[in-house]
Ligand binder design. Structure first.
Ligand SMILES: C[S@@+](CC[C@H](N)C(=O)[O-])C[C@H]1O[C@@H](n2cnc3c(N)ncnc32)[C@H](O)[C@@H]1O
Length: 237
């Protein structure tokens, strides 16, 4: 086995806060027709890693917006280190950020504000008339997910309902990529480590301790058995 390649891949995947593996993100971009002329907006972009992947694979031009200064700072450093100037990362609340530009692809992965319907409406504001939307979202593996999962996560719809909402907005799913168990495990541990590092600094912080306990309980009791994650490309015909 080529361990050096594996370790490089592991290091890169630390910057992707999503349950969709890198290969499938490339595939989504390919199936969606990304090319060097494509303007891509990624809202809640984290470190901007999806844009970096699509730039390296297809030569897109990207704009990423995220509220977290740490993520944007690290992302900008990574772009500079890779000599990438075609991606602009902006630290801002997506609800305060304004632009006159319209994009060929508008993406929101790993965050939702009031459910899928609102996500579609939000992304449409930034898209060109025939622009494609890319949505990475949690879903329920069962028709009636447990209340504990909904209380923790908010709206978590079965795929049938997600498809229904998409079509009722005049869109069709034209590409999709599911999660993998490995990505879930990486994500759950990435987030746990950040909170555990804070707890190590402030061991007397009871609410942080409770959050850490809840994180593990939710994953093993509810998220692993009932929750999936899917990235969709949707477009109008
Ligand atoms: C689970 S991460 C997903 C990151 C990225 N999309 C990815 O797939 O790697 C969710 C991101 O949403 C960002 N976020 C949450 N609320 C936001 C807001 N109102 N405006 C901008 N970013 C926000 C967080 O800072 C975080 O980086």
């Amino acid at each position: 086995m080529e361990y050096k390649k594996l370790i490089k891949k592991l290091k890169e995947s630390e910057y992707l806060v999503s349950m969709t593996p890198v290969e499938r993100i490339v595939e989504i971009g390919y199936l969606a027709g990304m090319n060097p002329g494509s303007a891509v907006l990624d809202l809640c972009c984290g470190y901007g890693e999806m844009l970096k992947i699509w730039y390296e694979a297809f030569g897109i031009r990207g704009t990423g917006v995220d509220i977290c200064g740490e993520f944007i700072g690290t992302g900008r450093k990574r772009m500079a280190e890779s000599g990438i100037s075609a991606i602009t990362l902006i630290e801002s609340d997506i609800f305060k950020w304004q632009t006159n530009e319209k994009f060929d692809y508008v993406c929101l992965s790993g965050e939702d504000f009031g459910g899928l319907q609102s996500t579609i409406e939000l992304l449409e504001k930034f898209a060109k008339p025939n622009g494609k939307l890319i949505i990475g979202t949690r879903y329920s593996k069962v028709p009636d997910p447990p209340k504990e999962l909904i209380d923790f996560e908010g709206e978590t719809l079965p795929l049938t309902e997600i498809d229904h909402i998409i079509r009722s907005n005049g869109y069709y799913i034209t590409a999709m990529a599911s999660d993998t168990q490995a990505e879930w495990e990486r994500y759950i541990m990435w987030s746990a480590k950040r909170h555990l590092a804070d707890l190590r600094e402030s061991p007397e912080d009871q609410s942080l301790r409770e959050w850490c306990d809840t994180w593990y309980d939710m994953y093993f009791n509810y998220r692993k058995p009932y929750e999936g994650y899917m990235t969709f490309v949707i477009e109008k015909i």
